[in-house]
Write a protein that binds this ligand. Structure first.
Ligand code: NAG
Length: 491
């Protein structure tokens, strides 16, 4: 229905599905022979015909159709007084990879339900189908877990110095006056809101994958339930980048009870295959002096801290699997020995991903050298002071997802690609879209288009049209990312 409404608003089209379709302008037919997410789009003088075997195929046929109209439509907004014309073409289209993801970190900064829906809208427009929701970190716990109420009563809020000027000002180009103010910041998603998001995503062919970060990046959790940490006193939800006591204690029974409760409720909320358990950047120093960890090492004959982490994550995997889900984690989950059924998300470059493939595990590639949207897209002089390093559009576009060193069996274990939006410096919606585009266009193309048909020149041409679309819709994006006079290395 969302597409019928959309096309009706702009042009009075009649859309029909199957039988009563004869006199419709846009006709959607079920064609069981087409693979999942594939579609055929035939545009004739007085009729548009779509064939597909799946909801996903239908969604993408309509997204393509929207993009064939002049660059006046994006995110449901339409410009008035434009000739509403589409070329007569025949398109046979299907994706290269099943996992085409976008990750939103909702912990470092909180984004409302309405904003999350807008993320899902632009994902659908770029034919992305996996929304990875980073729901917990040191700076805030954002998912309601009914059996663990402290997580959202306490763990969702931080009190600290927040730079209010930066929050309000036009942030690019101008120097920001620093004036700090003590404030409470936070928010969380209720279970009803999560169900609403999952439903909204489903209509757009998007699966939602929750991430809760274990055993590191967990200061908000440890602050809410000190008994799962390596501290006896009350800890605070982190305000800045450097967390203190942010590591769960794998030597305590309470920790496993905690994990179990979280997983049970996530399983009820998110109907899909995977639960992402984080696993990245665990600070193991606290474990070295913890008596519970020492005891665990003795009883389980664990040699070092990597072995402790691996033991813990294998236990987590058992819990996840026993609830009918698969476990996914960042590539640190390889350290000390990978859990037997785990899928790896490779972020520290591609090494962890390639190693996992060779070991027979599935992987999603999300290397920071190609997919990290929190890095600057242009030179420092052209960019606002967001991001701590650089990742140019051409770096994303030139990334080769499947290296020649893999044989065809191994290549199949690469499920796809994902862009990650970490939000330490992303305080609002304008910054989010600015850092996301146009790199997300490049990453989306990596996931969808056959590598042989990818070309930088072709991409840049098509991007020009998308940029017009974003201009019309007043979506902020980095123009510096694509400047034809400015050659990035590797262009
Ligand atoms: C890493 C952290 C993440 C952080 C990001 C910034 C992963 C898997 N972990 O340090 O918490 O926000 O990079 O680029 O990326």
């Amino acid at each position: 229905t969302r597409f019928s409404d959309f096309f009706k608003t702009v042009s009075g089209y009649r859309i029909s599905v199957e039988k009563e379709a004869k006199d419709a302008d846009i006709l959607v037919k079920l064609d069981k022979d087409l693979p999942n997410e594939a579609y055929r789009l035939d545009i004739k003088r007085n009729k548009i015909e779509i064939r597909t075997s799946s909801l996903g195929g239908a969604v993408y046929a309509f997204e393509t159709l929207k993009q064939l109209f002049p660059p006046v439509v994006m995110s449901g907004k339409v410009q008035e007084n434009v000739k509403w014309r589409v070329p007569a073409v025949s398109i046979n289209d299907f994706p290269g990879y099943g996992w085409r993801g976008y990750m939103l970190d909702a912990s470092r900064h909180f984004f409302t339900v309405e904003q999350v829906k807008k993320v899902l809208d632009f994902m659908a427009e770029l034919k992305l189908n996996r929304f990875h929701w980073h729901l917990t970190d040191d700076q805030g716990w954002r998912v309601e877990i009914k059996s663990l109420p402290n997580l959202t009563e306490y763990g969702a809020w931080r009190v600290g110095y927040i730079n209010t000027d930066e929050r309000k000002s036009e942030w690019w180009g101008r120097p920001v006056q620093k004036k700090d103010e003590l404030a409470k910041y936070g928010g969380y998603y209720s279970q009803d809101q999560i169900r609403e998001i999952v439903r909204y995503a489903k209509e757009r062919n998007i699966e939602v994958i929750p991430e809760v970060d274990f055993p590191g990046h967990a200061q908000a959790a440890v602050a809410s339930y000190p008994e799962i940490g390596c501290v006896d006193k009350q800890e605070y939800v982190a305000t800045g980048g450097v967390a203190r006591n942010n590591t769960m204690n794998p030597g305590k029974k309470e920790t496993y009870d905690f994990v179990r409760k979280v997983i049970v409720e996530l399983t009820e909320l998110f109907p899909y295959e995977y639960i992402h358990i984080g696993g990245d950047e665990c600070n193991k120093d606290q474990w070295k002096k913890d008596p519970f960890v020492a005891k665990l090492m003795k009883t389980e004959s664990l040699e070092d801290m990597d072995a402790v982490q691996s033991y813990f994550l294998k236990e987590v995997e058992k819990i996840v699997n026993s609830h009918g889900k698969k476990m996914m984690g960042w590539d640190e989950i390889l350290d000390g020995g990978l859990a037997p059924n785990a899928t790896v998300m490779s972020w520290r470059g591609t090494v962890g991903g390639m190693k996992s493939v060779k070991m027979g595990h599935d992987v999603v590639m999300s290397p920071n050298s190609a997919c990290y949207l929190d890095l600057k897209q242009g030179q420092d002089s052209q960019e606002p002071n967001l991001g701590y390093g650089h990742l140019f559009l051409s770096d994303s576009y030139n990334y080769k997802l499947v290296p020649d060193t893999l044989n065809s069996e191994e290549a199949k274990r690469i499920l796809g690609i994902q862009a990650n939006m970490w939000t330490e410096s992303i305080t609002d919606w304008g910054k989010l879209t600015y850092m996301t585009f146009p790199r997300l266009h490049a990453i989306a193309e990596k996931g969808w288009t056959n590598e042989k048909r990818q070309s930088w020149d072709g991409f840049v041409n098509r991007l020009r049209t998308h940029m017009k679309r974003m201009d019309v819709s007043r979506i902020r994006y980095a123009k510096s990312a694509f400047n034809p006079r400015f050659k990035h290395e590797g262009n």
